[in-house]
Design a protein around this ligand. Structure first.
Ligand code: ZN
Length: 103
């Protein structure tokens, strides 16, 4: 298998940022239903939370790994277990790489 030219964390950060920017841009419109406004606010809030997770796990860091053989801390340069699980929610989007990014 060849090395990917982009890691999951970078791809995910771009996707989540697009979601947040789209929601914020739509919220600037004055006319919309209360339900749609609530959906957009929740989308922006969820994107903010995911960007915070990416901030903690998307770069070089130590991360907890839970395996069949036991639990340990390992060194990662992004794409740890947390990022793979977060990214799996975006698996239907163009650009997601399965199976290499699958948790
Ligand atoms: Zn991590």
């Amino acid at each position: 298998m060849s090395a990917p030219d982009i890691d999951l964390a970078a791809w995910l950060r771009a996707e989540v940022t697009k979601d947040m920017e789209s929601a914020v841009a739509k919220l600037r419109r004055s006319r919309m239903s209360a339900g749609y406004r609530r959906h957009l606010v929740e989308t922006a809030n969820r994107a903010g939370a995911e960007l915070a997770i990416l901030g903690e796990h998307g770069g070089e860091h130590m991360c907890f790994e839970n395996t069949r053989d036991g639990n340990s801390w390992d060194y990662y340069e992004g794409d740890c277990r947390v990022i793979r699980q977060l990214g799996y929610g975006y698996r239907r989007r163009p650009g997601y790489r399965e199976p290499e990014w699958k948790p």
